[in-house]
Design a protein. Structure first.
Length: 628
């Protein structure tokens, strides 16, 4: 009787492993450059031909390898970075499993040249399809050079899945961008078909590296972040103001202990951090480094190591969200110039739970004045509330135009930008003891919709509806968070059935759900009876929302869907209860609006993500009139 189970040949095992590690030429570049960084290289050159299909050569000036290590590195699971089981939970290097080089060598024509600095000669090893063909001493500089030719030459089925040279080159460029952002102290040189595509020298700061790779104008619109949290966590890097956003996630670069990752917990936290600050469908531009104790994160859950698993993912999630919100709130009064003017740090005032704004034409429904009360009573002689709804398209708001010639001034501290150049003067010096907006000189009102103001020598244009909308929304939100949620008792409880994982999540977070107005009672197995729900939600909407929340809780451990749904309702209330566009204001009313802006967080944008004001420096105005 013949055996059905047999041991695979070593060559086939390597090809299977290569299928997990090597997806395309960019995967090879990633593995080789990570090895160079682990070897302590300060200069790395990457040479590519035909999008990496014909040639990939990575040369570094790292520590190099002696003869024995040069041969061992081609054996599967041979590594210098892990020696015992406990090392898997204290990883500080980018590579550790010892699969990359033998897997790559198994599907290419492979050449390794390496020398340690103290040796007189180095070694050259040539392999084909995973088999060593020749090895000899060689005169090579200190460091390591690995040359990969004819990738997938012996697996033609895999080669057919490769795309056009330009497409593969784009993936390689993005991979190198991520690696270069993580190591500003390392010089990278990228060559394709003999032509230099880009080169970044060693930089002292992350901002300089970001400016080189993503553009100086991008850095101009970014803020420094450096936050320390529980369990030794630290979050640092650059984050964009709400005015700088992208349609996709291409501008999001997140690193954990120096390793680039695309983690769903981190992505979810980033979305929560920018909630109500970006227009729908937009994403921030950021380069963030999360540092955690190696024992608190498992990076060995995916062959490409782009996904990780946190031991306390809810704690990590909340730390990222709070760090982003704190920094964005502190910078919410940094203005946006319409012609690429420099960002302007402004003083932050303590938020107030009740801001009184005397408005003669506030248009606030009676129900909103009574509960919650956001706008104070109108002054005497006021006209009836307007019934016209606000319907504004995004095109009505002027978009920011970039000016590449403008010098970079990214805000890290009020005194200077990230490059050490002199920033604008402190606005507190301009307005003395007043808040920034309170101290503005009101010039007038344009089209009964925009306040025209002067700050020192700068010109500000404030959207009265957008600004008042943010004021009202923040007050409504504060009152909602500090008060109890009104509930309504269902005459006939709704029985909701969940799968096992979701049922466990409901049991764990039942008390938290009750705080938001959802009263659930165990109904046997994984079923729960919904007996009460928030009064502001319809029964059908509440059931859908609750299922979505439970699904998110079971997969991430945190959910902001309830807050998002409530905030959506509060935004609608704030939008229809605030100042309208095309509404004339008195001098006192305009001043009251400016006073309230000083006491409102995130005032630079309305809850829909639109800017509340724009700013031009005197130089910007001069250039508009061709005087400069």
């Amino acid at each position: 009787m013949s055996h059905k189970i047999h041991i695979l040949p070593e060559a086939l095992c390597n090809q299977i492993a290569a299928g997990e590690v090597v997806e395309r030429p960019a995967s090879v570049v990633k593995e080789l450059v990570e090895n160079s960084l682990d070897a302590g290289a300060s200069r790395i050159q990457i040479e590519i031909e035909n999008g990496g299909k014909r040639l990939i050569r990575v040369t570094d000036n790292g520590s190099g390898m002696p003869r024995e290590d040069a041969f061992l590195c081609l054996e599967r699971h041979a590594t210098s970075k892990v020696r015992a089981e406990q090392d898997l939970f204290q990883l500080t290097t980018l590579g550790f499993r010892g699969e990359a080089l033998p897997s790559i060598a198994a599907i290419s024509r492979f050449t390794l040249r390496t020398r340690v600095a103290e040796a007189l000669e180095g070694w050259e090893i040539i392999a084909e399809g995973g088999t060593v063909k020749r090895a000899s001493e060689a005169g090579v500089p200190p460091g390591t050079s690995i040359e990969i030719r004819n990738l997938f030459f012996n697996t033609p089925a895999r080669r057919k899945f490769l795309r056009r040279d330009e497409t593969e080159l784009g993936h390689i460029g993005e991979t190198l961008t991520r690696l270069a952002l993580s190591s500003p102290e390392v010089c990278f040189r990228f060559v394709h078909n003999g032509r230099l595509l880009w080169e970044v020298n060693r930089q002292n700061t992350l901002a300089e590296r970001v400016a080189e790779l993503l553009g100086r104008q991008v850095v101009h619109d970014m803020l420094c972040l450096d936050s320390h949290g529980p369990e030794g966590m630290r979050l640092s890097g650059l984050i964009s103001r709400p005015s700088l956003s992208r349609a996709g996630l291409g501008g999001v670069y997140t690193f954990i202990n120096g390793r680039f990752i695309r983690d769903r917990v981190v992505q979810h936290a980033l979305g929560d951090g920018y909630r109500n600050l970006l227009e729908k469908g937009r994403h921030p531009v950021l380069v963030l480094f999360l540092e955690v104790e190696p024992s608190q994160v498992d990076v060995n859950v995916h062959p490409t190591k782009h996904e990780v698993r946190f031991r306390q993912q809810a704690l990590v999630h909340d730390f990222i969200v709070q760090s982003l919100r704190d920094q964005l709130s502190a910078a919410s009064r940094i203005t946006e110039g319409a012609q690429g003017s420099s960002p302007f740090p402004m003083p932050i005032c303590e938020s107030s739970s009740a801001v009184k704004i005397p408005l003669s034409q506030h248009g606030t429904p009676a129900s909103m004045v009574e509960k919650p009360r956001v706008v104070a009573e109108p002054v005497s002689g006021s006209r009836p509330p307007s019934q016209v709804q606000v319907k504004e398209s995004l095109t009505s708001y002027p978009s920011r135009q970039e000016n590449p010639a403008e010098p970079v001034e990214a805000v890290c501290q009020p005194e200077s930008d990230l490059f050490g150049t002199q920033a604008h003067p402190d606005p507190q010096a301009e307005i003395q003891s007043k808040g920034f907006f309170s101290g503005l000189r009101i010039i007038g009102q344009y089209q009964n919709s925009y306040l025209v103001c002067q700050a020192g020598q700068d010109l500000l244009l404030i959207d009265q509806h957008a600004a008042h909308e943010r004021i009202g929304f923040e007050q409504l939100k504060q009152q909602y968070l500090t008060g109890s949620v009104e509930r309504q008792l269902l005459l006939f409880p709704v029985v909701l059935e969940f799968d096992f994982r979701q049922g466990r999540a409901v049991a764990e977070h039942c008390q938290a759900l009750s705080r938001f107005g959802f009263e659930l009672e165990h109904f046997g197995s994984n079923a729960y009876a919904l007996k009460e729900l928030p009064r502001m939600l319809k029964e059908a909407d509440a059931e859908r929302l609750l299922r979505d929340v439970v699904d998110e809780l079971s997969s991430i451990g945190r959910s902001q869907l309830i807050e998002q749904e409530f905030e959506r309702i509060l935004i609608k209330m704030a939008c229809h209860g605030m100042l309208r566009a095309n509404q004339r204001l008195s001098q006192e009313e305009m001043q009251a609006l400016l006073d309230a802006m000083d006491q409102t967080p995130f005032i630079s944008h309305c809850p829909h993500g639109r800017p509340t004001f724009l700013r031009w420096t005197h130089g910007d105005v001069e250039r508009l009139f061709k005087r400069a």
